[in-house]
Write a protein that binds this ligand. Structure first.
Ligand code: FEO
Length: 170
């Protein structure tokens, strides 16, 4: 059984993951509007991945006998100065999510909630991966600068991302 503090924090994280999905949906629309369809397709994968994260928290709350309470999802930004500007924002956002996950870990430790602590380890590892993959894209975009052919090449590469729903336990 989750205690009230942990339950509130986990419900807050469902909202944060839903916001992440919504933010990336806005970015998908931005990339689509400037005809960078590979970047847009990469963002679609990100939208689905964040929704999966939200549902992972949702399922865990119920599994532990808690009640899911949905909150308002705030309006995300919808325009960026350039692909680099958008991806710098993705990195900044993922760093924020990492700090939210770390706060949850700290709370689980303080509350001696070992089951939640164990559940959160998946997200700790996931955030390392997310920050690394987004950081790599930011670096590539910095190298490309204003080189249009470089941008088209990266766009083609970005289109290769396919999101597959992880199996239970992955
Ligand atoms: Fe759910 Fe990208 O962190």
């Amino acid at each position: 059984m989750l205690n009230a503090k942990m339950l509130k924090a986990l419900n807050g994280q469902i909202n944060a993951e839903m916001y992440s999905s919504y933010l990336y949906l806005g970015m998908e629309a931005y990339f689509q509007s400037i005809s960078l369809n590979g970047f847009a397709s990469w963002m679609r994968g990100q939208v689905q991945e964040e929704l999966f994260h939200a549902m992972k928290f949702y399922d865990f709350v119920f599994e532990r006998g808690g009640q899911v309470t949905l909150q308002t999802i705030k309006k995300p930004e919808s325009s960026w100065k350039s692909p680099l500007d958008a991806f710098k924002n993705v990195l900044k956002h993922e760093q924020l999510v990492t700090s939210l996950i770390n706060d949850l870990v700290n709370l689980a430790i303080a509350e001696k909630d070992h089951a939640t602590l164990n559940f959160l380890q998946w997200f700790v590892a996931e955030q390392v991966e997310e920050e690394a993959s987004v950081g790599e894209i930011v670096d590539k975009l910095k190298l490309i600068k204003n080189d249009t052919s470089g941008l088209f090449f990266l766009d083609a590469d970005m289109s290769k991302r396919v999101f597959t729903l992880p199996q239970k336990g992955e």
